[in-house]
Structures are given as C-alpha cells and as structure tokens.
Design a binder for this molecule. Structure first.
Ligand code: HEC
Ligand code: HEC
Length: 339
C-alpha cells in the first residue's frame, strides 16, 4: 500500500480507536445502579439541585467566560491587520498587472524549439502575452529599458487607405500619452484602434486579440513610464504669462504641448507626424474666429482626437491632467495666429 495512504489511515484510525476506548472505559466505570436494572436514563430520578448548582455549574460558567474572552481577543487580532492585508493584496495585484503589461507591450520572443521545459514555462508567458506595441511605438524589444523608451517610431510601408499611396507613418510616443489623454481616450484607442491609420484594434470586442484585463494591464504599465507622471515642462515665466511675455510663451507652450501632433511649426501632416489621416491646419488657424479657436483649445474635439486643455472644459468633458491657464491659452492662440 502507498505509504501516504497508510499514514493518513493511521492518523485517522489511531486517535479514533483511542477515543472510543476512553469512552468505553469511562462508561463502564460510571455504572450506576439504575443501569444495572436496565432502567432507561430518562426514567431514572434526576440529579438534585445541590449537584446541579455546585461545582459543575461553575465549570460551565468558567468555560463560557473563557470562550467569550477568546472570541473577544481573536476578533480584534484578526480585524486590526485586515486593512494592511487588503492593501498588500492591492499592491501585489497592481505589481502583477504592471509586469503583465510590460510583457504585452513587448514583442513576443521567437519560440525556441530546444528550450528546456522549465525555461519554456517562463517563455510561454512572454510568447502568449507579447502583443508587440513596441515594434511601432518604440521601447524595449529586448527587455532592457532605454532612454528612448516608447519614444515612437516609423511604421514603414503603410498603405494610406485614402490615397492608396505608401507612407512612412510615425507612431506617437507613449511615455507621455497620459499628459495628452485621459484614461477613457487611451482605452478607446487601444480597444478600437484608429481606423485609417496603422494603429489596429486590439480589444476582443472589436476583433482584436486583447481581453479587457490585458488592456488594463498595458495601461497600468504605460502609467509607470516616468513621462506619464510629470507635468510637461513649461518655464516659471510662462506659468502665468503677461501680455509682453505672450509671444515667447506661446511658442514655448506650443512646443511643449501641441507640437507632438501639430508639428513644431504647425505644419501638420507636412512634417510627417502621426495623425496623417486626420485633418490638421497647415499653419493657418485664422479661418477660425477667436472664440471658436479658444473653445477648440479649451474643450478639444474629442472625436477628432484633439485633446482638451482648459481648466474647466464644457460639461461632459473631463478636466485634463495638466490644463493650461486662460493666459497660457491666450498666449498659444496668439502664437498660432501669427504662424
Ligand atoms: C494628441 C494630438 C494633439 C495635440 C497634443 C494637440 N492637438 Fe490640436 N488638433 C489635433 C487634431 C487631430 C485636430 C483636428 C481635429 C479635427 O479633425 O477637427 C486638431 C485641431 C486643432 C485646432 C483646430 C484647427 C482647425 O483648423 O479647425 C486647433 C486650433 C488646435 N488643434 C490647437 C491645438 C493647440 C493650441 C494645442 C496645444 C495646446 C493642440 N492643438 C494640441 C490633435 C492635437
Ligand atoms: C502597426 C503599428 C502599431 C502597433 C503594433 C501598435 N500601435 Fe498604437 N498607434 C500606432 C499609430 C500609427 C498611432 C497613431 C494613430 C493616429 O495617427 O492617430 C497609434 C496610436 C496609439 C495610441 C494613441 C496615442 C495618442 O496620443 O493619441 C495609443 C494609446 C496606442 N497607440 C497604444 C498602443 C498599444 C497599447 C499597442 C499594443 C497593444 C499598440 N498601440 C500597438 C501604431 C501602432
């Protein structure tokens, strides 16, 4: 027989036999006269009050007290560290999510046919998760973080569905995507892609390979990139630019916040940025009247993928993480209108 089965049988049987023995012996010793005559217990005379209310009652009461005290002690001991236990779980879950997100962002490694089974177990996860965002968006194909982390890169040989021509499309940098966009738009873009651009739909509801948990994971990972956690740099002077500073600050703010999409001088698609497929002005926004111009910057155009920059955008549009003040918007408008 299996030694394990034997051990378990012994562990169960030996104490059972022992207890049974003790029970039998005690029963025999406690034989009472009534039992000899075969009178059922229920018909024998009951014990007198003196016995019931004596030491036996005390034993029961002490037992109850000990049990209550144990319970009263156990509940706080269990409850007090509960908050930190839960926080610990939360932290562990988010760490695991970020680790998965990093694997999703990377390109899946090639399958090594001679891999030993233990190593393969590790690799299997990288192969199953690797969606290769890094191949277009830049980053760490080899798993080693570099300076240009997720800095965006060319997507060669993309056939523009509009013109049919082959264009070298640029994928935007993602290490600062959360300075432009809120969670909703980032999720929307990852799940549905951007039709007419090389950015495919990844969400499983839209025909892609990623479950919503994977989208959460890759977003959690992007969140950890340093640029996504700090305000875009704008000098002290231009935090609240006066009229005389407007010109110089407009240029600075445009470079820090707008050039990534509109090109350094507002050239739009001519500077070969991303957003090739979408309409961008070519250095002339004067066709917009000033109010429309201002509200475009404050509220963005959510479905044209122009982000909102106002401190208090219109109802229904979330406030941006790093808004521009009214004076900053005035300055950048002046700069744009002078281009
Ligand atoms: C994430 C990319 C992105 C960023 C960053 C961005 N824009 Fe835009 N912007 C767009 C897109 C795309 C459009 C075109 C929207 C459309 O199709 O209506 C646009 C349109 C505009 C328009 C309207 C142009 C017109 O002719 O109607 C203005 C004005 C504008 N942006 C100003 C700004 C300013 C000022 C900033 C920086 C503070 C900025 N944008 C930052 C993507 C961006
Ligand atoms: C085939 C190349 C390619 C791959 C692979 C790819 N992307 Fe993109 N992605 C793009 C391009 C190009 C754009 C810009 C589209 C546009 O012009 O609006 C983009 C845009 C985005 C944006 C919006 C950025 C912004 O500021 O508007 C996010 C977020 C994004 N991608 C995330 C991902 C994630 C996450 C993955 C992997 C699961 C991924 N991408 C894989 C090409 C790619």
């Amino acid at each position: 027989m299996d030694t394990e089965v034997l051990t378990i049988a012994l562990l169960v049987l030996v104490p059972a036999l022992l207890l049974w023995g003790i029970f039998l012996i005690r029963n025999r010793m406690a034989r009472q006269p009534g039992a000899l005559l075969g009178i059922p217990r229920a018909m024998r005379p009951g014990q007198p009050d003196a016995t019931l209310e004596g030491p036996r009652l005390e034993r029961v009461l002490v037992g109850g007290l000990v049990f209550t005290l144990t319970l009263a002690f156990f509940i706080p001991v269990y409850w007090l560290p509960e908050a930190s236990r839960q926080a610990g779980f939360e932290e562990r879950f988010s760490e695991e999510s970020i680790t998965r997100g990093r694997l999703i962002f990377q390109k899946a490694p090639a399958l090594d046919e001679d891999a030993d089974p233990v190593l393969f177990k590790e690799q299997e996860k990288e192969i199953a998760l690797g969606m290769g965002c890094a191949t277009c968006h830049g980053g760490v194909p080899d798993g080693v973080p570099r300076e240009d982390w997720a800095g965006g890169g060319l997507v060669p040989e993309f056939q523009d569905p509009g013109t049919g021509g082959i264009v070298a499309y640029k994928a935007p940098p993602l290490q600062n995507v959360f300075t432009r966009w809120d969670e909703e738009i980032v999720r929307f873009t990852i799940e549905r892609g951007r039709p007419g651009t090389p950015m495919p739909a990844w969400g499983v509801e839209y025909g892609g390979p990623m479950t919503s948990q994977m989208v959460d994971d890759v977003m959690a990972f992007l969140r950890t990139l340093p640029g996504n956690n700090e305000a875009p740099e704008i000098s002290e002077d231009c935090q609240n630019p006066s009229k005389s500073q407007a010109k110089q600050c407009g240029e600075e703010i445009f470079a820090a916040r707008c050039a990534v999409c509109h090109g350094p001088e507002g050239q739009g698609r001519e500077s070969q940025p991303w957003y090739q497929g979408l309409a961008l002005w070519k250095g002339d926004v004067r066709h917009l009247d000033k109010n429309l111009h201002r509200y475009t910057i404050i509220n963005g155009r959510r479905f044209g993928f122009m982000p909102q920059f106002g401190e208090q955008p219109a109802q229904g549009i979330p406030a941006p993480p790093y808004p521009l003040t009214d004076k900053q918007i005035e300055a950048v408008m002046q700069y744009e209108r002078g281009l």
